[in-house]
Design a protein around this ligand. Structure first.
Ligand code: BT5
Length: 321
């Protein structure tokens, strides 16, 4: 039933801008006129705006602002990222769903997306606000063939990929705050949470969680986030279509991942440094129980942040705040 509904949609999509008669649809798809009408009604319930006109038939006016897997994969230019694509209306945390799927053997590149999350996760046990339909709440299952110590590079890579997609779709130049917050005018647009299962030498899988604030209005944020957080809509003043943004995000992430596999960390590092708002600044790094102050000098060849203290000693940080 789902399949023939998708076929009806496909026919209407092919002929966008014109009317297709119920008779023709029923002939092409081998379905009864009643069945066609039922599928039209179901598509409307999914949010597709379809006009029905006596004697002329049906025409697709508008697709819903939903990230349905059929819509996402229809225009997806990736070869492996986002395939398969798991879609949910609402989950606790897409990272948790992705982890469970990875444990059950989900392949490298599998994606989990939810319209809304009820207990979105930040780092270090913090939460992530994820109102329905307003953002891209996405987790990717990756199985990199690298040792666990190289994985911080992957989070930096993710930030570079997100920045590329935002630039392509909206033209907005964003900044990256170490390790991988995406900022606009100093406020957080996107957060990245990397979780993994690894042994000493072998990486089993990495879950790359990306939370991108797309069309949140100020009232969608809790008051405590007003000075700290923003969305693309708030930055640009217009509603950003999530579907092409998501497709671009997967495309750029795949592209950067492939560069990383072939050429190593050097090109990723260059791009990260260009977008960085951390380097050159006085910073306070919190790692574990330790707090270290100094100037952020560079990202080294392994992806660690180099901080020079007042006494000119250099410290390297893999993780931290
Ligand atoms: C992060 O944590 O920035 C990582 C966020 C990752 C979220 C994605 S969504 C898809 C996937 N599934 C999940 O369950 N998680 C991932 P951190 O650096 O710890 O930042 C968390 C802090 O940012 C919170 O304590 C708030 O202060 C703030 N915050 C919460 N929600 C926010 C939002 N929507 N936009 C901006 N800031 C937010």
């Amino acid at each position: 039933k789902e399949k023939s509904k998708q076929q009806v949609l496909e026919e209407l999509r092919k002929r966008k801008g014109e009317y297709v008669s119920g008779e023709e649809l029923s002939r092409r798809l081998g379905l009864s006129r009643t069945a066609i009408w039922k599928h039209i009604k179901a598509l409307r319930r999914d949010g597709y705006q379809i006009s029905a006109c006596t004697r002329r038939g049906y025409t697709l006016l508008c697709i819903p602002d939903r990230l349905y897997p059929e819509e996402v994969t229809a225009g997806l230019k990736t070869t492996w990222l986002g395939r398969p694509f798991y879609y949910y209306e609402e989950v606790g945390s897409t990272n948790q769903v992705a982890k469970d799927l990875a444990e059950q053997g989900a392949p490298h590149g599998a994606a989990v997306l939810a319209e809304g999350q009820t207990s979105g996760r930040g780092r270090l046990g913090r939460g992530w606000l994820s109102p329905a339909g307003k953002g891209i709440w996405l987790s990717l299952v990756l199985r990199p063939r690298v040792a666990p110590w190289q994985l911080p590079q992957l989070s930096l890579l993710a930030a570079v990929g997100v920045a590329s997609a935002i630039k392509e779709i909206t033209g907005l130049e964003v900044g990256i705050k170490w390790p991988n917050d995406i900022l606009s005018r100093g406020k957080k647009l996107c957060g990245i949470l990397t979780e993994m299962r690894a042994e000493v030498e072998i990486t089993q899988y990495v879950i790359l969680g990306i939370g991108l604030n797309v069309n949140l209005d100020i009232e969608d944020f809790t008051r405590d986030l007003w000075p700290l957080a923003t969305s693309l809509k708030l930055e640009l003043g217009w509603e950003v279509p999530r579907l092409p943004l998501l497709q671009s995000l997967l495309y750029h992430l795949e592209g950067w991942y492939q560069i990383w596999e072939k050429e190593g960390f050097v090109p990723v590092r260059e791009s990260w440094k260009k977008a960085s708002v951390t380097l050159g600044r006085l910073v306070k790094v919190e790692a574990g129980n330790e707090v270290y102050e100094g100037r952020a000098i560079d990202i080294d060849g392994e992806g660690r942040l180099l901080v020079e203290g007042a006494d000119h000693t250099l410290r390297r940080f893999t993780y931290g705040e």
